[in-house]
Design a protein around this ligand. Structure first.
Ligand code: PEP
Length: 248
């Protein structure tokens, strides 16, 4: 049985005062679904101190544990600050920082060595979808970004169509289901049925309170990675609750 996961990615948003939103999410985090918030690195320590049942994660880590990498943050540093998860290979990292699958794979290994759960993001651009290359792109990203050694405890996959992130556009539920079923089959083929069935697969891209319930009803959708709608408890709590209701 895979426990549903509502993950929030605050991106480069949030000052100390915004941690009051975390407080307002506490009650919902005591429900059926697991809740994860990935604030900016500057807030991880403070978020951990007041997280209650909410898990706290980073948004990226370096592939090395330490060294001369000004401005970067290592996986052991995240773990030391109290983080339990780290988002890797988000499309904004792939675009803004020219990250490729081999970078994501190395970061994922570093995350696992530090005891973190890696939330590895994959997703096609609009051009790739229109050219009907979606499944090939996803297959390549999965094979390239996820190292050997995955388990249901150290890996979460987030399917995030690039064209759906922050745009208000969302694939149809059939389109989401096709990709999630495909990811599940690929995980089972590579890691064996037991592991493949235990890895959670999140959908990400313009999830809102108004569309969460129908997305969570799709096969092999084990939760969501949410950007904009995770910043405010008024938006994120209904999403958490919809996810909890879907697991009942
Ligand atoms: C994201 O950046 O991971 C994301 C899904 O953003 P949004 O929910 O704002 O589309």
């Amino acid at each position: 049985m895979r426990r549903k996961l509502a993950a929030g990615n605050w991106k480069m948003n949030g000052l100390a005062a915004d941690l009051s939103e975390l407080d307002a999410m506490q009650d919902a985090a005591d429900g059926a679904a697991e809740v994860l918030i990935c604030p900016p690195a500057t807030l991880i320590g403070q978020a951990v101190a007041r997280r209650g049942a909410i898990a706290i994660g980073g948004q990226d880590c370096h592939k090395s544990g330490s060294g001369a990498h000004t401005g970067d943050i290592s996986a052991p540093m995240l773990a030391d600050a109290g983080a339990s998860h780290v988002i890797l290979g988000h499309s904004e990292r792939r675009t803004d920082h020219d990250e490729h699958d081999d970078d994501v794979r190395a970061k994922c290994r570093a995350a696992w060595e530090a005891g973190l759960v890696a939330v590895v993001c994959v997703g096609e651009t609009l051009e790739e979808r229109e050219a009907q290359n979606t499944l090939d792109i996803i297959a390549g990203q999965l094979a390239g970004s996820v190292p050997d050694g995955a388990t249901g405890h150290n890996l979460v996959i987030a399917y995030e169509p690039v064209w759906a992130i922050g745009t208000g556009k969302v694939p149809s539920t059939d389109e989401i289901g096709d990709v999630h079923d495909f990811i599940r089959a690929r995980l089972e083929r590579r890691f064996g049925e037991g592991v493949g069935r235990s890895v959670r697969i999140l959908y990400g891209g313009s999830v809102k309170p108004g569309n969460a319930t129908e997305i969570f009803a799709v096969s092999n959708v084990d939760g969501a990675l949410v950007g904009g709608a995770s910043l405010k408890a008024a938006d994120f709590v209904p999403i958490i609750n919809a996810l909890g209701a879907s697991s009942a």
